[in-house]
Design a protein. Sequence first.
Length: 352
Amino acid sequence: MKTYLVTGGAGFIGSNFIHYMLKKYNNIKIINLDKLTYAGNLENLREIQNNPNYIFVQADICDKEEVENIFKKFNIDYVINFAAESHVDRSIREPEVFVKTNVLGTVNLLNIAKTYWETEKGFKEGKKYIQISTDEVYGSLGETGFFKETTPIDSHSPYSSSKASADLMVKAYYDTYKMPINITRCSNNYGPYQFPEKLIPLIINNCLNKNSLPVYGDGLNIRDWLFVEDHCKAIDMVINSGRLGEVYNIGGHNERTNINIVKTVISYIHDNVDSSVTEALIKYVEDRKGHDRRYGIDPTKIKKELGWQPETKFEGGIVKTIQWYLENKQWMQNVTSGEYQKYYEKMYLKHK
């Protein structure tokens, strides 16, 4: 039985990954290590909380003693590091928080995994550290072209720079110690359980509550959108078959402008839920500092080497996503009632 240490497993992508893995495999054990900051929510995992192959540990990835205790108690085969501060706006206001979690936390995980996996003859067989990163480390694209794994890192925000720094540390552990690692860099994910500071759940929630829909700048910034379950499948493939030391880009080939995303959500809710929800709710606000214009990923490498490709087209995935939030309004109410509500009021209601 393989044992996975999943950090940040109560967050959006991490919780979806845990659901995916426990549904696919019945012979694995998952240790979910999560600090439970405002974006971490155990409600995301309520359905599997009593699964005998699942264990939750509340702790910070920067806490050396707690992480070491997990390695002492369990024979960890894989570390999948989702744990990260990930909201660009917050990173602009509080960059030191992002450096601590995203960089120092990553180094702590690497050091402890190295200690328990390394022998005099090298690293034990069947061990691997997977760093879940982002296409934002590459910077911004013009109107054409795509990010490849060979694209130079050119991060612009404190968030993306902290992720780029973590990536370089992971790479250094492979180059220096031959530690078994992979790095994955994904495009924007969407789907169930995403915390409503991110664009799609924010717009859905605001539509349902008739709040303004804040759109940065002219709304023409472009992102490549990837359904979260497709991302989980890719990570599973990288864990099992990724070449050691390699970076794999994971993209959905679904480029959309931000304003297109907003109007798509409005249109669905107008036609299927509440006809009073219209584009009149859109409120253009001052652009984000250092706002990258376009991201686009070339996933040729992971397709060619591992046979992965995105299976969910955006037109179907966005409907599935909106319907999930409509069917889980209590979840939305719960996650927006605590710490997030203070943040929401500070950041968005001023634009109402």
